[in-house]
Design a binder for this molecule. Structure first.
Ligand code: DGJ
Length: 721
């Protein structure tokens, strides 16, 4: 990709071009469109062409003639909010520095990327803004953030600072968003841009299941396979606002940052503020290519630690199997059966800590409930390890129940607004993670548990949106910092636990997928995709999630029927055929499985062990959208293109269905492939052009042969000969 900037005549930074890579030239000045437009506000006397209202910019300031969304809102001691950040200097250097306390994409070697820092200065305020750009050498990715440094003597207040602004020269795009709610996260919504501001946001304190911090702009004719697309992603887990401001002159301004509504930051003399990072991915060959760029970036240069490069353990989680009603005997019976089926990791979910029998109590009391677990977590994990399995534990460190020892000792540690009623969510309240003392105390409790036992995996949950946010640890004029400092507190606890327990595999979770964002992936390489474990709903949720996030990050489990969220019956084969495309595991009581089902489950586990390297580290393609069809198809191709798996799903069964073929993608056109279950061998180019016949999955009279009803699925496995 090319990203071309210019120092404008007034020394602001102009944006000249972003898109497919073009030849370099000494000057691109001709791309600066200076047009005299009636009644515009202009910068230079006797010049009616240089109007900030119309010029495409990188760091637009408010109140000086640019009437669109601005990148900064900085209040000064005299009450003015006018600023003039003008070019002072720049530097270009190899590599990519980290962002202190914040998640960010990284490089392992300085040759992977080049960074540009542009320093802008407001001379009156003696304050600088550094615009930080990193462009990757072999990925069409631009990472962008901003830092403001107050070098003067004024006490400033920062009300907004964007991470990223991009002005595109036209607005003929469709916007792709991932919207949803609890248990129906990340459904794909596509709509044309129109004049005015269209935005996605969170004011919930987490990135939310309602709007994911991602959107894409694609041309009308762009498909999964061809055409231009820009993907935008915000590496942050808290309140955000990502807007496209389309003016009436057919330009589109993209602006991404922390949501200004809940934010204000005292920028005292000699202090600074660094924004989170935003990412731009460019594709000239469709939305699959855009997603693949995000997938490999997030898998290889956002996720960290040993687990980044390793296939994930097949786990069983007891949540839907027992909820909080269990004891050690039950858990050990389940674990033994799971072990016999080939499962590698047992995860003990909510309900293990003192007094936790329902959701009204105990959050904050992170010590084992001896009534359920007489030998504690240490004893249970030892016994599970003795079975030959690994042991994992669920925690929810950011929360507190009123009925808890922690609350009785530290009632002031909850976020709550003085003299106001306090809302609960699932009967629980939010700890003040903006206060380092609170974080330190919780860390100490968790370390006691983690040090006492062999723990290989941790599921970090967060089960409510935040409300009445006010911190008694902060001065009254610092309350605008609290949402952001809360998230910094979460990140700091992750960092502390990761450095002390580098071998633990973390899975993030927020009532399912309310914090499935790039910020979390920096700490936890996988996330619980949704509390909805119904296979048919999961097809949509995982399909939508794949717009940005790699399969290796998607927690996906087979659960029992009738499904606990929808009471729907789906075949065991389909439940697994969906869950394979993620980290894979089971979320049920294995003691309830019939002997026949156990044989099937054993085969499923053996299958996943054989193919998980391909699934979790191959290249993923969406083929057929469940949002548009009764069917869905996707595939993963190994990096050497010698192996591939296609998942094909049909929601409602139909009699005398039309013929079906799927045109595959990503294969080597010159290689011959066998297809398991079919008695012919074909070239990759045939599969990608003539297509793979799916009619045999169900058609007309054959329904009688297969005796399969709704929610049938097939896997097609290709091996190069
Ligand atoms: C919400 C999670 O998404 C579930 O998987 C489970 O861990 C419950 N919380 C436990 O309270």
């Amino acid at each position: 990709m090319s990203y071309i900037l210019k120092i404008l005549p007034n020394r602001q930074i102009g944006q000249l071009y972003t898109g497919k890579r073009i030849h370099d030239q000494d000057s691109f000045d001709h791309l600066l469109e200076l047009v005299q437009r009636g009644m515009s506000v202009n910068v230079f006397e006797n010049d009616r062409t240089f109007s900030l209202e119309h010029i495409k910019q990188e760091f637009p300031a408010p109140l000086q003639g640019d009437m669109r969304t601005a990148s900064i809102d900085l209040e000064q001691e005299n009450g003015s909010r006018i600023v003039q950040f003008l070019y002072e200097s720049h530097e270009i250097f190899p590599g990519k520095p980290g962002l202190t306390g914040l998640p960010a994409t990284y490089v392992e070697n300085d040759k992977e990327a080049t960074t540009l820092h542009i320093t802008l200065k407001d001379a009156l305020l003696e304050t600088k803004v550094i615009l930080k750009y990193t462009i990757y050498e072999h990925r069409p990715v631009l990472a962008r953030s901003a830092e403001i440094i107050n070098e003067g003597s004024q006490h400033l207040t920062l009300h907004a600072l964007s991470s990223f602004n991009l002005d595109l020269p036209d607005a003929q795009y469709d916007m792709i968003e991932l919207t949803g709610a609890w248990a129906r996260e990340r459904n794909i919504k596509i709509h044309p841009l129109h004049e005015g501001i269209q935005s996605i946001y969170s004011l919930r304190g987490h990135s939310s299941s309602n709007f994911n911090p991602f959107f894409a702009l694609k041309r009308k004719h762009t498909t999964e396979e061809q055409g231009e697309a820009f993907g935008f992603s915000f590496v942050y887990s808290g309140n955000f606002l990502a807007a496209v401001d389309v003016d009436t002159y057919n330009t589109a301004r993209i602006n991404i940052g922390i949501h200004p509504f809940t934010f204000s930051w005292p920028l005292k003399e000699h202090t600074s503020f660094q924004t989170p990072e935003a990412l731009l991915v460019y594709s000239s060959s469709g939305t699959n290519a855009m997603s693949q760029t995000f997938h490999s970036l997030f898998r290889e240069r956002l996720a960290r630690g040993w687990w980044r490069d390793h296939v994930r353990p097949i786990l069983i989680n007891n949540w839907e199997g027992t909820y909080m009603d269990f004891d050690e005997k039950t858990i050990l019976e389940m674990a033994q059966q799971a072990k016999d089926l080939g499962i590698e990791l047992f995860v003990l979910d909510d309900g293990w800590y003192e007094g936790r029998n329902d959701d009204t109590s105990s959050l904050g009391d992170w010590f084992p409930d001896r009534a359920k677990l007489p030998e504690g977590i240490a004893g249970l994990s030892r016994k599970i390890e003795q079975l030959g399995m690994k042991f994992g534990l669920w925690i929810e460190p950011e929360m507190i129940s009123r009925n808890s020892k922690l609350f009785r000792q530290h009632p002031q540690w909850m976020l709550q607004t003085p003299h106001r009623p306090l809302s609960h969510g699932r009967n629980q309240y939010v700890l003040d993670f903006s206060d380092p003392d609170v974080v330190d105390h919780i860390a100490g409790m968790l370390e006691n548990v983690f040090d006492s036992a062999k723990i290989s995996y941790v599921k970090w949950d967060m089960n409510r949106a935040m409300s009445e946010v006010y911190s008694s640890a902060h001065h009254s004029n610092e309350q605008g910092m609290v949402y952001h400092q809360y998230i910094l507190g979460v990140y700091s606890l992750y960092e502390r636990l990761l450095s002390r327990y580098p071998d633990i595999l973390f899975e993030s979770c927020a009532s399912g997928g309310a914090r499935f964002d790039p910020g979390m992936l920096y700490y936890a390489p996988q996330a619980w995709t949704s509390d909805d474990t119904d296979a048919a709903e999961r097809i949509k949720i995982q399909y939508g999630t794949s717009m940005v996030y790699p399969l290796s990050s998607m927690g996906s489990h087979v659960s029992a029927i009738p499904n606990h969220q929808l009471y729907r019956y789906t075949p065991l084969s389909t439940r697994a055929n969906v869950a394979y495309f993620g980290t894979f595991g089971y979320e049920l009581d294995p003691r309830q499985l019939t002997e026949e089902e156990k044989k099937t489950v054993s085969r499923q586990i053996a299958f996943m062990k054989k193919y998980r390297d391909l699934i979790q580290f191959g290249t993923f393609y969406r083929l057929l959208s469940p949002f548009d069809h009764n069917e869905c198809a996707w595939m993963v191709v190994s990096n050497d293109k010698k192996r591939a798996i296609i998942g094909y799903y049909r929601m409602m069964q139909r009699v005398n269905e039309r013929f079906g073929r799927i045109r595959l993608q990503g294969l080597d056109e010159n290689l011959k492939y066998s297809i398991q279950g079919k008695n012919y061998i074909v070239y990759g180019d045939e599969l990608m052009n003539a297509g793979l016949i799916t009619t045999d999955a169900s058609a007309g009279e054959d329904n009688k042969k297969f005796k399969e009803g709704d929610y049938l699925s097939r896997l097609y496995i290709l091996d190069a000969q």
